[in-house]
Design a protein around this ligand. Sequence first.
Ligand code: ZN
Length: 330
Amino acid sequence: MGVCSKVRTFNQTAGVEMIELPTEWPVGPVNVFLIYGEKLTLVDCGRKLEKAWGQFNASLKQRGLTIMDIEQIVLTHHHDDHIGFLDWILEKNPIPVYAHANCRPYLTQDVDHFQRGAEFFSTFYREFGIPKEQAEELANSKAWNQGLKNKIQITMELDGGVAIPGLSEWQVIETKGHAQSHISLYRSSDHVLLCGDHLIKHSPAGIFLEAPIFPETERSNPLIQYVNNLKKCLSFPVDITLSGHGEAIQNLPELINETLQKIDKRAGRVKSKLVNRKKSGFDLVKELYPDRFEDAMILLASDTIGLLDLLFERGEIISEKRDGVIYYSV
Ligand SMILES: [Zn+2]
């Protein structure tokens, strides 16, 4: 084949196989992975669609496997296109599930967490400057229920540095930002990173604000976490990165540096709008995205608060609260 040893594809990644499964979302198909460790491990569970389930089972069959051969499951994070048919697998084959502790309220369908989430976002949107009625509507419109039929318990909670039983070659790297439950897996022997949605080759990974998992705790700053975790990934030698969506990433440092530059550029744009005038997050969203803000307010608010958090942390902007709304200025 004449493939340079430095430019490997996932097909040449020993003991890891990628299975691409359909979603109905703009992000396109989602990737799940089989890792042939001491235990046959499935990483992520696609979207809960009959079509995805059919394709997954067919892919196993091609390999001479069935659902009953999978010995354990690792989740990179709690999003719907990564935990989709988890309960369908467990119904047939009740095997251990390893995931970050912050997946728990989603896997157990913790109604209290979802209720607190609605309250958190109602307050957040008000402070962001969104009018009360619209803020309530947005806070309650979030699709909380993940559509799992059964409550699922995590067998062992994963965090940075934790060793997963049956996968002794791999280490867990905590990569919060895209989700508060996000972990990646790294194999140091041949520099393979399995990064979930931390980085996607063909599109920027969405950074989503989430309600705190524990009541009365401060909200997370997902973009600050994301930037820190991108930098953390630069500190590992990585030859190939297997992503939750799209192709494998051949040059991780290059993609990380490009991503960091884009974030800085976007933060600079937000900052430029705050020269000479105090503005709320909502003011900024309306100004930056005049054609999109009405339909995509949840995503845009999440994105914009991330950039504001970053600028604030860097000491580039200040904030003040007036009549329950936070205003930012340079
Ligand atoms: Zn995701």
